[in-house]
Design a binder for this molecule. Structure first.
Ligand SMILES: NC(=O)c1ccc[n+]([C@@H]2O[C@H](COP(=O)([O-])OP(=O)(O)OC[C@H]3O[C@@H](n4cnc5c(N)ncnc54)[C@H](OP(=O)(O)O)[C@@H]3O)[C@@H](O)[C@H]2O)c1
Length: 203
């Protein structure tokens, strides 16, 4: 598919994996179309590459979204129109303070040992999907990856591109590096707090 005029190269480059993953996993949780209205969705890793797209897409679909993020990223997550609480010890209590009756669905994009408390908050494992925690099967939670739950990119782009082009969804590029600094890009990614997408440019 050709890059639409008006979509910056770095956004186009950042979108394929994060957009497809957000679209696919929200679909698995039933956060789709009008069916999302009235749903309370918790997203672990709301500040990440996938999370930034997922929380905006869910909010656009009418869901009430609560995201977890590191302290340095909370304001940015809130600027996307969703509630945000710090991740780490005590996160479940902070979510409960915002959602005393629990949540309808949980999307774990962090893989940081949040599944048990997420199952309790959502009332069961069926309402939880992870893309990053290998304990999923053991706990009865769905683990999603592209090869398992394939969604066509044409379908993803048909949904996402209009919202990206008119600014209802934004992609946050945190690091722009020349290709020669690919090793630095990997190091930033491996630290686990990139603060947005990392883009390598060939020139
Ligand atoms: N299965 C699939 O289909 C699929 C597809 C794409 C990606 N992935 C995987 O999914 C994960 C997310 O991808 P991404 O591109 O969004 O990664 P990313 O941009 O690096 O984001 C990582 C997220 O995890 C959060 N995080 C870091 N430490 C945490 C902790 N201790 N507790 C809770 N959250 C914590 C970060 O929050 P702060 O930075 O705010 O601290 C950030 O929101 C990665 O492991 C990636 O490999 C899987």
């Amino acid at each position: 598919m050709a890059r639409p005029a008006g979509l910056p190269w770095e956004v186009a480059a950042s979108l394929a994996i994060s957009g497809e993953t957000a679209y696919r996993t929200l679909g698995l949780l039933g956060v789709t179309g009008r069916g999302a209205a009235g749903t309370t969705l918790l997203v672990h890793g709301a500040s990440g590459g996938v999370g930034t797209v997922a929380v905006q897409l869910a909010a656009l679909r009418g869901a009430r979204v609560i995201g977890t993020a590191g302290p340095a990223q909370l304001d940015r997550v809130r600027s996307l129109g969703v509630k945000a609480v710090p991740h780490g010890a005590g996160w479940a209590g902070r979510v409960r303070a915002l959602a005393p009756n629990g949540v309808d669905a949980v999307l774990d994009l962090s893989g940081h040992d949040v599944l048990e408390d997420s199952i309790a908050l959502a009332g069961g494992p069926d309402a939880v999907v992870t893309i990053a925690d290998r304990r999923a099967a053991e706990l009865g939670v769905r683990y999603s990856r592209g090869l398992l739950h394939r969604v066509g990119m044409a379908e993803v782009f048909a949904d996402l591109l209009p919202a990206l082009l008119d600014g209802r969804i934004t992609v946050h590029v945190a690091h722009r590096l020349p290709l020669a600094e690919a090793a630095t890009a990997h190091r930033i990614s491996e630290e686990g707090h990139p603060g947005g997408r990392i883009v390598l440019a060939v020139r």
